[in-house]
Design a protein around this ligand. Structure first.
Ligand code: AMP
Length: 119
């Protein structure tokens, strides 16, 4: 089953369509990377699939290659930002885990020391 390419009213679909401005730092055929408006680290970038799917699990189920593309673009941006291979990748999934935008997105965080466990 193929997901709908866009979802009316979805913030990240609007960014992908360039209807809403964003600080874009990388892109591929399948994915777009832009800086988070409320950064939690010196580097805080969101990498999203261009197609609308709600979360990472749905992306893996419908198009595992596009999930891989999201992760590879995050690595490219981490390299561009000079993170030297030290960064954190996070997919919040579900409201209880902190997901607030229901278009799959990978958080790339870096440029400061990271603690574990996360909050
Ligand atoms: P999450 O809470 O995991 O769903 O992450 C959503 C992220 O989107 C948050 O870190 C927000 O700061 C970020 N965000 C919300 N609106 C925008 C926007 N217009 N441009 C860039 N990032 C945004």
């Amino acid at each position: 089953m193929s997901p709908e390419p866009t979802d009316t009213g979805c913030l990240f679909c609007s960014i992908v369509a360039a209807d809403i401005p964003a600080d874009v730092v990388g892109e591929t055929e399948h994915s777009l990377a832009f800086r988070d408006v409320n950064p939690q680290a010196p580097t805080h970038v969101l990498v999203v699939p261009r197609r609308h799917v709600a979360n990472a699990g749905e992306l893996a189920e419908s198009a595992a290659d596009e999930l891989g593309d999201v992760v590879l673009l995050a690595r490219t941006v981490a390299d561009q930002d000079g993170l030297g291979g030290d960064y954190r990748l996070v997919f919040n999934t579900g409201e209880g885990a902190g997901q607030s935008v229901f278009h799959a997105h990978l958080h790339l965080l870096g440029g400061r020391a990271m603690k574990w466990p996360p909050g």
